[in-house]
Structures are given as structure tokens and as C-alpha cells.
Design a binder for this molecule. Structure first.
Ligand SMILES: Cc1cc2nc3c(=O)[nH]c(=O)nc-3n(C[C@H](O)[C@H](O)[C@H](O)COP(=O)(O)OP(=O)(O)OC[C@H]3O[C@@H](n4cnc5c(N)ncnc54)[C@H](O)[C@@H]3O)c2cc1C
Length: 376
């Protein structure tokens, strides 16, 4: 069976779902092609921060992009709730990056100073010592040096977000096709024929939004797409009375009361197992920051694979005419801008010149060392 569409989005994680939803707002006919339930999917295993601080160190244009993205988040949250009834639990009360030692705090301070100096427009942040941080997070341990604080940061529930985007996409007429992994890409004139085990799809334009799968799709199109997996393990505590009013890169309290503790940064290929060794190290580190956690039970843990480019920043490009690449680490933070802005360029059929800093060309030769700019 041949299915025809204007735009085929390949990948139904948070990136593909944000773009698919955005395409419905542009009244563009689209399908989202996805793999099955067992697929590798960062969108089901992430930490849920909606974050700005720290982004832009490796790629200066990223700080303004991230800031615009979080400004658009309340509108996305409002639209999703009114369409689907799903509250994605967005809270934007600011966020902290905790530094255990004075050296780490100095490093953080100089990184943020550098980002702010290159940022176009105001970039507010504060460096807090232990006492000032204690006013915001009374449970902080006495030996912690301090933290950086940014009012732009926040958090949301990433599973609710994924669910709401999928539901909103379908409610607005989008066609979501699970178990339709793209196995091959052929051309018919200027159109793409996407081969899946369940039939072919003919599309005028395609979006490569497959997370780690983009490397393989790039091979099919003759372009090298340098993304690789970096494992992150996360632990979740039992439910607690409210303890944190702010999201932190190292811990955040969810709307249900659980505290999420995260996350490791491991270069171990496609291995999605949790390990006792990292679990112990993460628990110890969390207790150092918040001693009260020593009496709290861990009820769940998992590992998921980040989608990491050589500078850990997003890539936006037209890899061959009509085939748009959208990939990033921070698909939750960028969900609103992907829905409202990126989908518009795709509808219009070109990546705007302002997005050139994010193109594949910046890597020159691929295979450069993988950056560790952000640790989410
Ligand atoms: C531990 C951890 C913590 C994180 N914390 C945060 C955070 O706090 N804030 C934040 O903003 N981001 C965070 N992230 C990053 C965020 O999860 C990712 O940026 C985001 O999920 C990437 O979404 P994606 O849709 O590109 O990829 P994925 O979620 O991996 O989805 C890719 C999809 O493409 C499908 N696919 C693959 N190949 C094909 C094919 N050939 N045909 C059809 N479909 C295909 C897959 O089945 C999958 O559904 C974290 C990630 C991890 C792992």
C-alpha cells in the first residue's frame, strides 16, 4: 500500500511529536512514522528539565535559542492542556546547578560569565554561596560550596508531554503510524519513497527526527550525521511532602512528590542497563548534597540514551533538498520552539539563514570528541 503526504516525520519521540504537532498548526498534511514499543527512545527516560543555564558554552547561538524556547513553553503547555486535557506539569520558578566544591563553583561562574558575554541581550544569573542557597533550598548539605541560579529554568513531566503531543497531533488530524520504522529511502522524481515493513510512504518532504536513528537515516541519504549515545541513569525516591521549590540539575521533585536523582554520563554504546556501581555513586553524591535523602527509599531506577552531537548542541539542516534534520539533546527544553518555529520552516521548505550556526557544516570533519557541555 502506498500512502501519500506532504511531510513525513521520521521518529515519534518528543522531537518528531513536537514537529508533527507544529505541522498541524501550519495546516500541513503529515504523517509521523515511528518504530514499536521496544525502540530506543530518550523521550521516555529523561529528567524533564526545561532548561537554559549552561547552554551556549560550546555553540554561542544556542543560549538565545534555548531562551526563546522556554519563553514559548507556557503557550505550548496551555495549548496541550486545552486540546487534550493533559496537564504537562510545567513549573518555571527558576533552577539551580549545585556545585559541591569551591573549584566547581568557580568553574561554573566563569562558564556562565562567558555565555552571558556572548549572549545577544540580557542573560541573568546569580552565583550563590551555601548560605544564600540555603534560603532557597533549606535542605542543602552544609559542605556544599554553592550553586548557580537562573530564573529562566524550570521543569515539566516528560511522559505527560510525550503523551499530550501525540494525542494533540492525532486530534488535529495528524497520522501517527507506530511499527513503521523506515528501512530504506528511494527517490521518485523530487519526492521521497520511505520503505517500511508495513508499506511505502510517498512524501514531498521528510524530517529526520529519529534521535540516534538519524545516523542510519543519514547513511541512507549519503550524509554522515554525527550523533552517538551517552547513557544516563536516573533514580526515583518514594513520594515525599514538598521539599524543593526549584528544579536542580542534580535533583528535582515531581508533581507526584517523588524526587528524581540524576544522572550519570556514560559512553557505553547502546547498553541501556542500570548498574549497581553507578547507582551507589549517584546515591552517595545525592546524600552529600541533601543529607535528608539518606533515610528515603529509592523505588525505581532506569537508564536511557542521550542523543549527543560532537558539541552536545542541536543540529538543524537540510541534508539533501527536501530532507530536514532536527536532532538535539534537550528535546524537552526545546519542545515549544520545535512546535512553533521549526515546524514553520519545514512547512515553508527551508532552514532560515539565522539557523546556520546549527548546521552540520560546523563539525567540519565528523568524529570530533563528544562534548560534555551539559550533564542533564
Ligand atoms: C538520562 C537523560 C536525561 C535527560 N534529561 C533531559 C532534560 O532534563 N531536559 C531535556 O530537555 N532533555 C533531556 N534529555 C534529552 C531528551 O530526552 C532528548 O533530547 C529527547 O528525548 C530526544 O528526542 P528524540 O525524539 O530526538 O529522540 P528519541 O526520544 O530517542 O526518539 C527517537 C524516535 O525515533 C524512532 N526511530 C528511530 N529510527 C527510526 C526509523 N528508521 N524510522 C522510524 N522511526 C525511527 C524511535 O523509535 C523513537 O521513537 C535527557 C535524556 C536522557 C537520556
Amino acid at each position: 500500500m502506498l500512502l501519500e503526504t506532504d511531510v513525513a516525520v521520521i521518529g515519534g519521540g518528543v522531537v518528531g511529536a513536537s514537529i508533527g504537532y507544529g505541522l498541524t498548526l501550519q495546516n500541513v498534511d503529515s504523517v509521523v512514522l515511528d518504530e514499536g514499543d521496544g525502540a530506543i527512545r530518550a523521550s521516555r527516560g529523561n529528567f524533564g528539565l526545561v532548561w537554559v543555564q549552561g547552554k551556549g558554552l560550546a555553540l554561542p547561538a544556542y543560549s538565545a535559542w534555548a531562551m526563546r524556547a522556554v519563553e514559548q513553553w507556557p503557550e505550548l503547555s496551555r495549548q496541550l492542556e486545552s486540546l487534550t486535557g493533559i496537564d504537562v506539569a510545567l513549573v518555571q520558578t527558576g533552577g539551580l546547578f549545585i556545585c559541591k566544591t569551591p573549584e566547581a563553583l568557580d568553574r561554573r561562574s566563569s562558564d556562565l560569565e562567558q555565555i552571558a558575554a556572548r549572549h545577544d541581550g540580557p542573560y541573568e544569573y546569580e552565583i550563590l554561596d551555601n548560605q544564600s542557597m540555603r534560603n532557597m533550598v533549606p535542605k542543602i548539605g552544609p559542605d556544599v560550596a554553592g550553586a548557580s541560579y537562573s530564573r529562566y529554568d524550570g521543569q515539566a513531566d516528560p511522559l505527560r508531554l510525550l503523551h499530550a503531543l501525540h494525542r494533540a497531533y492525532r486530534l488535529k488530524g495528524g497520522r501517527y503510524l507506530p511499527d513503521h520504522g523506515v528501512l530504506a529511502i528511494d527517490m521518485k522524481g523530487e519526492k521521497f519513497i520511505l520503505k517500511t515493513a508495513r508499506g511505502d510512504v510517498l512524501a514531498s518532504r521528510i524530517v529526520l527526527a529519529s534521535g540516534l536513528g538519524n545516523a542510519t537515516l543519514g547513511d541512507l541519504l549519503g550524509r554522515q550525521i554525527p550523533v552517538k549515545p551517552i547513557r544516563g541513569q536516573i533514580m526515583v525516591t518514594e513520594r515525599l511532602a514538598p521539599v524543593f521549590s526549584f528544579a536542580m540539575e542534580q535533583a528535582r521533585q515531581t508533581i507526584d512528590g517523588t524526587v528524581m536523582i540524576g544522572s550519570s554520563w556514560e559512553d557505553v554504546g547502546y547498553d541501556v542497563n542500570t548498574t549497581f556501581e553507578h547507582g551507589c555513586a549517584m546515591a552517595r553524591a545525592a546524600i552529600d548534597l541533601f543529607p535528608f535523602l539518606s533515610t528515603v527509599r529509592i523505588v525505581r531506577s532506569w537508564a536511557a540514551l542521550r542523543v549527543i552531537s560532537p558539541d552536545a548542541s542541536p543540529i538543524y539542516d537540510e541534508v539533501v533538498p527536501g530532507a530536514f534534520l532536527v536532532t538535539c539533546h534537550s528535546g524537552v527544553s526545546l519542545a515549544a520552539i520545535h512546535a512553533f518555529e521549526t515546524s514553520r520552516w519545514i512547512a515553508e521548505g527551508n532552514v532560515p539563514p539565522a539557523m546556520r550556526p546549527f548546521s552540520l557544516n560546523r563539525f567540519g570533519h565528523v568524529g570530533a570528541p563528544i562534548g560534555a557541555e551539559c550533564s542533564l
